[in-house]
Design a protein around this ligand. Structure first.
Ligand code: LMR
Length: 328
């Protein structure tokens, strides 16, 4: 009996020591943009909050600038456990959930407040769950901002883009959007955009201000037209296996930290867009073109027919819900 008690005590001690020395759970957070962007800052804030609240239990390593994975590989790598979190743009989920293509429809959302209202609506929140059957958990939306069109020649009306090559994200809606103005869309990774512009392998692209400024696209594009024709936002995702494997209390703290970091990212996104737009103008490296209402209407007329091509895949109800969000 005494022997058994001693054995149990030794085992308890050993397990206790092992637990005390257990390596923290590591969350690798991979993204493709620079650190001085809404997504970069959100990821850094998330790391700080998690490590403050779960010291020694969870550590977060943030890999910006496509250092670990580009968006084409990151979701597959997540299912293999090589990365635990990422926040790809909503344009990169079409092969997982066609309905998410709604965010790429040109001129659908009036402004970022409308995007936010739609994301917070029951329909928008439902889309976060749409990846579950593929093994992912959508943890929230993060804003970047509205996209602007850039090129090596001035783009005032859609005809100015005809025949020009534009880099796009991996999205069929964006492909159709550029085809609708007789341009040539090329799906390419974000990490290649600067070089493609610099070597003139492409003529132009579309991006929000923070991506343009942080990646210096304005230094290799002579004109940026303020079109605000679409949105570039993100979904923060993790794998269901990783997420469900966390202890309840740990998962709750991680989620709380993420929600706070996302709220911070969303709060600074508009300020960052305004500041980066101004910094691009002040740099004098490119010309920012403000179009008239009449010119803008020409872009709307040319691009809006794209909606009907995708309304079956996306769902007409969802499109109506997005339009309702424009009403305030
Ligand atoms: C892009 O590929 O242009 C964007 O998705 C990059 C990003 O994450 O903002």
């Amino acid at each position: 009996m005494r022997l058994l008690t001693a054995a149990v005590a030794t085992l308890t001690l050993a397990l206790g020591a092992q637990f005390a020395n257990a390596a923290p759970i590591e969350i690798k957070f991979s993204h493709v943009v620079a650190e001085n962007t809404p997504k970069g800052k959100m990821a850094t804030r998330f790391k700080e909050l998690v490590e403050q609240r779960l010291p020694g239990k969870v550590s977060v390593s943030v890999f910006p600038n496509s250092q670990l994975f580009g968006d084409d590989k990151v979701l597959e790598a997540m299912l293999l456990g090589d990365v635990q979190m990422a926040a790809p743009s909503l344009s990169k989920f079409q092969k997982y959930t066609p309905a998410l293509q709604i965010f790429d429809l040109p001129f659908l959302f009036k402004d970022m407040a409308s995007v936010d209202r739609f994301q917070q609506s029951p329909e928008g929140q439902g889309l976060l769950d749409s990846l579950r059957k593929k093994g992912y958990v959508g943890l929230g939306y993060l804003h970047n901002g509205m996209k602007q069109m850039s090129a090596n020649s001035p783009l005032r009306v859609p005809a100015d883009a005809a025949g020009k090559k534009f880099r796009i994200q991996t999205s069929d809606v964006l492909q159709a959007q550029f085809e609708a103005i007789d341009a040539v869309p090329l799906k390419k990774p974000f990490s290649e955009v600067f070089t493609l512009m610099q070597t003139k392998a492409i003529d132009g692209s579309e991006n929000p201000w923070s991506n343009i400024y942080s990646k210096k696209f304005h230094e290799v594009q002579s004109y940026i037209t303020e079109t605000n024709h679409g949105v570039l936002d993100y979904m923060i995702v993790t794998s269901a296996e990783f997420w469900n494997g966390l202890d309840d209390d740990v998962r709750a703290e991680v989620k709380k930290s993420l929600d706070e970091a996302v709220a911070y990212g969303n709060q600074i996104a508009a300020e960052q867009a305004a500041a980066d737009r101004q910094a691009v103008i002040d740099s004098g490296r490119t010309e920012v073109i403000e179009i008239t209402d009449e010119e803008r209407q020409k872009w709307v007329d040319a691009m809006k027919p794209v909606w009907s091509k995708f309304s079956d895949q996306i769902g007409e109800d969802l499109i109506q819900a997005a339009l309702k969000a424009n009403e305030g």
